[in-house]
Design a protein around this ligand. Structure first.
Ligand code: 3HC
Length: 304
């Protein structure tokens, strides 16, 4: 009976709030997705953080600093939304450290040149915008409201990345080559961010039934590709997919087959930077133990 009432609320587009009854499956699905989303925001600070001290100008450094700081805030919103489902931050971090929880595959690739900062902002945040704008309508209240807040900042992230790519693509021959090289290395990993094909996506069924997802992996991937191809052409860069072709009938781009062996290899921990990213997170967490202890002691003293 409760299950039916719950589904009726979902079907009537009512938000589910922390104190509402919800099926265990809905709760665990959300904990899984929101925690991995939060982990992605925090781990995603590493590849970009790598270039803060190497930024080519003070302006570039300030913009990148602001963006990386935003990602920490996005992680905070999402961990807080996840905690409303009855799991602690410590438990979430321990699941990540033990390899029981994932984070987005895209952050397991190295950032080899300044142009990668452009490719990440333009493509990774561009892909995240497509995914997150859709998630603003997710059925779980705290997640949906967190998405609304996060989306307001994402467009700045995408624009600053595209500005870097545009300047370099219109710069010297070497700069244009760097921009094209970054696009070549980040294009396919960016479209892998949307997950497996719907037919291979074990979670999509429930995600759509419970309106956790409002669009499927393939629908969002297609939206992203259709939006991004023209942006590449506008700045004279070439998308590294020989099968990319406008399909008049579908009013969308046809594109080549994704390398799913690479995708699952990275998702399962065997990407170029998985070990480095996780070890860095574990070390930072351990180094920060004293800060958490001091903050907790201060709060307890205040409340005593
Ligand atoms: N990287 C890592 N794992 C992935 C993945 C990816 N790109 N795509 C799918 N997976 C995992 C899923 O988590 C799931 O694993 P699990 O069952 O152990 O949790 C498994 O592969 C099967 O995939 P499904 O499609 O069945 O899983 P979902 O229905 O959860 O769809 C998703 C995957 C589209 C990533 C969905 O979880 C989602 O929309 N998550 C929220 C958005 C998110 O996490 N974005 C990550 C980037 S955040 C970011 O870029 C921030 C920006 O500011 C930089």
């Amino acid at each position: 009976m409760q299950e039916q009432l719950f589904q009726k609320k979902i079907d009537a587009e009512q938000k589910i709030e922390p104190k509402d009854w919800m099926p265990d499956g809905y709760r665990s699905h959300l904990i899984r997705q929101i925690s991995q989303h939060a982990h992605s925001e925090i781990i995603g600070m590493q590849p970009e953080g790598n270039w803060i001290t190497r930024a080519p100008s003070l302006r570039a450094k300030m913009i990148l600093l602001a963006k990386v700081q935003d990602e920490a805030g996005h992680g905070l919103y999402l961990y807080s939304a996840c905690e409303t489902l009855g799991i602690s931050r410590d438990e979430l971090n321990s699941q990540l450290h033990q390899g029981k929880a994932k984070y987005s595959s895209i952050f397991n690739y190295p950032t080899l040149s300044w142009a990668d900062m452009g490719a990440i902002g333009w493509l990774v945040d561009g892909a995240a915008i497509v995914n997150q704008v859709s998630l603003q309508k997710t059925s779980y209240g705290p997640y949906s409201r967190g998405m609304v807040k996060i989306c307001k900042e994402e467009s700045f992230h995408q624009r600053q990345g595209y500005e870097i790519m545009s300047e370099m693509a219109n710069g010297t021959k070497e700069q244009k080559e760097m921009a094209q090289d970054a696009l070549n290395r980040f294009w396919w990993p960016s479209i892998m961010m949307f997950g497996p094909h719907d037919s291979d996506s074990p979670r999509t069924g429930n995600a759509m039934k419970w309106k956790i997802k409002r669009k499927t992996n393939d629908e969002l991937r297609q939206d992203f590709i259709d939006k991004t191809v023209a942006q590449a052409e506008l700045i004279g860069l070439k998308i590294p997919d020989p099968d990319l072709k406008w399909n008049e009938e579908r009013s969308s781009y046809d594109f080549g087959e994704i390398n799913w062996d690479e995708f699952w290899g990275v998702v399962n921990g065997n990407g170029p930077c998985n070990e480095q990213r996780l070890n860095h997170h574990i070390k930072a967490h351990e180094d920060g133990e004293w800060v958490r202890k001091a903050a907790k002691a201060y709060a307890e003293k205040q409340n005593s």
